[in-house]
Write a protein that binds this ligand. Structure first.
Ligand SMILES: [Mg+2]
Length: 385
């Protein structure tokens, strides 16, 4: 009789990634509090462990960080550089499993299922991987190993920095009995409040109520929560294939030709598309505007920029210019925009080319960090259109 191989998912999370890169590159920063974030009105993107001792946290306003830790070294983020380092990390990971899913610039899942069966083997393999990442980049990472994705993610956070945490299959029920619900990825403030009023404190407490109850209470999220409480997470490790474009579109409740309304939608879309590009460290050169009219006909118009971008303002202004060029009087039922032609194409800057504005990049990074922490609806850029 053969038994199916036990599933093992590894989650890798780089330790204080941006700050560690800066400390690696600049010996004077080592052993000192380093805070990555833009300007006096920005927020903390990442900070070194030395800064965390002072209570500094990511997504905290820089002004507050300065109050808590005035002696810290404040550094502007260098995203393109971090992206390069990230690629080196991912290359190492690909030699450890055929199934690697990059979850963000400094996080990835690997599927070890079928490669190793015994707990001690899995740990040894993870430790080799960790050492190799260190050798290739000079940086430390923390690893979590568990039967499913969400538990692997929780595990990687348990012994930071430089931790390797293995949550063996037989240990999962006891682990869930003591796991505070707030630790389950996806349980935010809102859901947290609901759970609190029900006196659901630990993951296992969720099972005191039936599946139907959670579905009624929280919909799809409730069903997922009920699964997590049993250690179930059906999401597979999906090797990432780079999309050829990023886009967003909206269909209106009522058709419109109001330029102010259209501009506002385009701005929101540029924000969404820009954030997705920045998260993946990608830039595109071609901006496409899509319009569907009240008679259901549809057109697209594109412009290719001299340099690739992922800046919200550049995406927005290019799409808006395309809209204005249409001199359209028909009402629209849908508007959308997209960015494609990824990859920085090396070329000389011409006289009329504007390089990416560092202030815009800084603003984008600030808002991205806030959204990451508080959710997409938390922050809307104040802007007069
Ligand atoms: Mg990290």
């Amino acid at each position: 009789m053969t038994t199916a191989p036990l599933p093992w998912i590894l989650h890798l999370d780089m330790d204080a990634f941006y700050a560690s890169v800066e400390q690696r590159d600049e010996p004077r920063y080592r052993g000192r509090p380093v805070i990555i974030g833009g300007g006096d009105r920005g927020v903390v993107a990442t900070c070194s462990y030395e800064a965390r001792k002072f209570g500094v946290r990511s997504a905290m306003p820089i002004s507050e960080a300065r109050r808590l830790c005035p002696q810290a070294i404040y550094v502007m983020p260098r995203m393109a550089h971090y992206q390069e380092v990230s690629q080196t990390v991912m290359q190492v990971l690909h030699s450890y499993s055929p199934l690697v899913e990059q979850a963000s610039i400094d996080e990835a899942y690997l599927d070890f299922t079928g490669l190793e069966l015994v707990e001690s083997d899995v740990r040894a393999r993870a430790q080799r991987l960790q050492a190799e990442v260190k050798e290739a980049t000079g940086l430390s990472c923390s690893l979590g190993l568990a039967p499913v994705k969400f538990l692997a993610k929780i595990a990687s956070d348990m012994h930071k920095p430089a931790g390797v945490t293995v949550l063996a299959h037989h240990a999962v029920p006891a682990f869930l009995a003591r796991l505070p619900v707030g630790k389950i990825p996806g349980v935010g403030k809102q859901t947290g409040l609901v759970l609190e009023t029900l006196s659901v404190h630990y993951a296992a407490d969720i099972l005191r109520y039936p599946r139907e109850f959670w579905e009624r209470k929280l919909g799809k999220a409730g069903l997922a929560l009920y699964e997590r409480a049993q250690g179930i997470d059906p999401r597979p490790v999906t090797p990432y294939t780079e999309p050829k474009s990023e886009s967003a579109e909206n269909t209106f409740d009522a058709d419109t030709s109001d330029p102010a309304v259209l501009a506002r939608w385009l701005f929101a879309q540029a924000e969404r598309v820009g954030a997705r590009l920045r998260k993946g460290g990608r830039k595109g050169r071609t901006i496409t505007l899509k319009m569907k009219f009240s008679d259901f006909t549809q057109i697209t118009r594109s412009r290719t920029l001299p340099t690739a971008t992922n800046t919200t303002r550049v995406i927005y202004e290019t799409a808006l210019a395309l809209l204005h060029e249409q001199k359209n009087t028909q009402r629209l039922r849908l508007i959308g925009l997209g960015v494609s032609q990824f990859g920085e194409v090396p070329r000389q800057l011409g006289f009329f080319d504007t390089p990416e504005d560092p202030r815009e990049a800084k603003l984008d990074a600030t808002l991205d960090a806030l959204r990451e922490k508080f959710g997409p609806a938390a922050i809307v850029r104040g802007r007069i259109l």
